[in-house]
Design a protein around this ligand. Structure first.
Ligand code: NAD
Length: 254
């Protein structure tokens, strides 16, 4: 299938590793010109030796740095935006301080909202745009001890669906993809955190986690990236306002 990504400019947030890194590389392999955003861009600069990717250094939790990114990206004719962010700290909902909620909202949701707003006019003028936001299986089935992630991503899901309704008539699709246990550094860090908390080895925690996944294994970042790449393409033009799970069957509801 020709995804017709040649000539498209894609901006991928949180692109230095994990899901964002796999997406940035796959979009470039499929012909897009990719701008990968991260705090540390050395991995992206390495990939740029063989792929059509350039890096932009930005701490998305710093609003001034996000304003600078917006000024830069507004000149780049971006028509594919992949909204991704670092995961928030683990912890419960009960007793969580306002300040912690505020910081999580500022570093996860607000950069997505403001960067999307800034790039929309170009997509509207081209009558073509793709906005794909990385969520979490926790939106549909809250993950224990990840209350900040479950809560903030719920807000992001409401925003994404609202926006999808507003811009569909301009040829712009807005979707979310929900990872569930895709093997990245972040997942390993969370599993290690649990192992330390409950006094098990990392291997024991992973083995137990895999028992709850019908596929019986963790996903690969490339398996996630291929869905985002498809949603970013011309072929996915009638999919909007959707949330698509890439979780090996982990989410138990319909
Ligand atoms: P990751 O931590 O491995 O990668 C996150 C990326 O975002 C990295 O490139 C990192 O450098 C970048 N980043 C983090 N904070 C940043 C900041 N302030 N400014 C700029 N860049 C920043 O995470 P991942 O596993 O690839 O997951 C991506 C997102 O999906 C995370 O929000 C994660 O919580 C969420 N998620 C992942 C899974 C999974 O199974 N891997 C499951 C549910 C949710």
């Amino acid at each position: 299938m020709d995804l017709k990504l040649n000539g498209k400019v894609a901006l991928v947030l949180g692109a230095s590793r994990g899901l964002g890194g796999a997406i940035a590389k796959m979009l470039a392999e499929e012909g897009a010109s990719v701008i990968g955003v991260a705090r540390n861009t050395s991995s992206i600069d390495e990939w740029s030796k063989t792929l059509s990717i350039k890096s932009y250094k930005c701490d998305l939790s710093n609003s001034t740095a996000v304003e600078d990114l917006i000024k830069f990206a507004s000149k780049e004719k971006v028509s594919i935006l992949v909204n991704n962010c670092g995961g928030p700290p683990a912890g419960p909902a009960a007793g969580q301080k306002n300040e912690v909620w505020e910081n999580a909202f500022k570093s996860m949701a607000l950069p997505m909202f403001s960067i999307t707003n800034a790039l929309l006019p170009n997509m509207v003028s081209q009558k073509w745009g793709r906005i794909v936001t990385i969520g979490s299986s926790g939106i549909e089935q809250p993950i224990p001890n990840l209350a900040l992630s479950n809560g903030i991503r719920g807000a992001i899901a409401g925003w994404s669906k609202s926006l999808a309704n507003e811009v569909a008539c301009d040829g712009i699709t807005v979707n979310m993809v929900l990872p569930g246990r895709v093997a990245t550094d972040r997942l390993r860090e969370l599993d290690q955190g649990k192992a330390n908390r409950v006094g098990q080895s990392l291997e024991e925690v992973e083995k137990e986690a895999k028992l709850s996944i019908p596929a019986g294994r963790y996903g690969k970042p490339e398996e996630f990236a291929s869905v985002v790449t498809f949603l970013s393409s011309d072929a996915a033009s009638y999919i909007t306002g959707s949330m698509i799970r890439v979780d090996g069957g982990l989410t138990k509801g319909l």
